[in-house]
Ligand binder design. Structure first.
Ligand code: FES
Ligand code: FES
Length: 155
């Protein structure tokens, strides 16, 4: 048995140490907001936070989360930054098919925690590992800027 803490809640899981966190949270815990894309750390669709840092959950084993907290898209509105990002995503109408978007949002939140007012270069660098086949990159950048400065965006 492995204890996996997800969004602050501990789950006792009957899984092997090497099961990717993605499968544990989707197939065992039953939280399906985090998506499978490539399974090779190449697309970012599976991005979650491990103790606040963005990771690719498709290639990170549950053993790596021992004693740590996994934060997923399901808890995005629980923090002030997460709520701002969520509101900005809606205001900028970022989403098309939506498949990549949980990963995009988790990467955006990690960026804003690290750099509250990111430059274009900061955004491009932080988001470069998150692929969007619908090409929503321009709106993602606008939403991150809006989330960084919601007052100015509303003016
Ligand atoms: S599914 Fe994990 S990076 Fe693509
Ligand atoms: S919104 Fe469709 S892949 Fe990004």
């Amino acid at each position: 048995m492995i204890t996996l803490k997800v969004n602050g809640k501990e789950h006792e899981l009957d899984v092997t140490d090497d099961m990717p966190i993605l499968w544990a949270i989707r197939d065992v815990v039953g939280m399906t907001g985090t998506k499978f894309g490539c399974g090779m750390a190449l697309c970012g669709a599976c991005t979650v936070h491990l103790d606040g840092a963005p990771i690719r959950s498709c290639v990170t084993p549950v053993s790596a989360a021992s004693g740590k907290n996994v934060t997923t898209i399901e808890s995005v509105s629980d923090t002030e930054i997460g709520k701002r990002v969520q509101d900005a995503w809606i205001a900028e109408e970022v989403v098309q098919c939506g498949y990549c978007q949980s990963g995009q949002i988790m990467s955006a939140i990690a960026l804003l925690k690290d750099k509250p007012t990111p430059t274009d270069a900061d955004i491009d660098s932080a988001m470069s590992g998150n692929i969007c086949r619908c090409g929503t990159y321009v709106r993602i950048r606008a939403a991150i800027k809006r989330a960084a400065n919601p007052v100015k965006a509303e003016a």
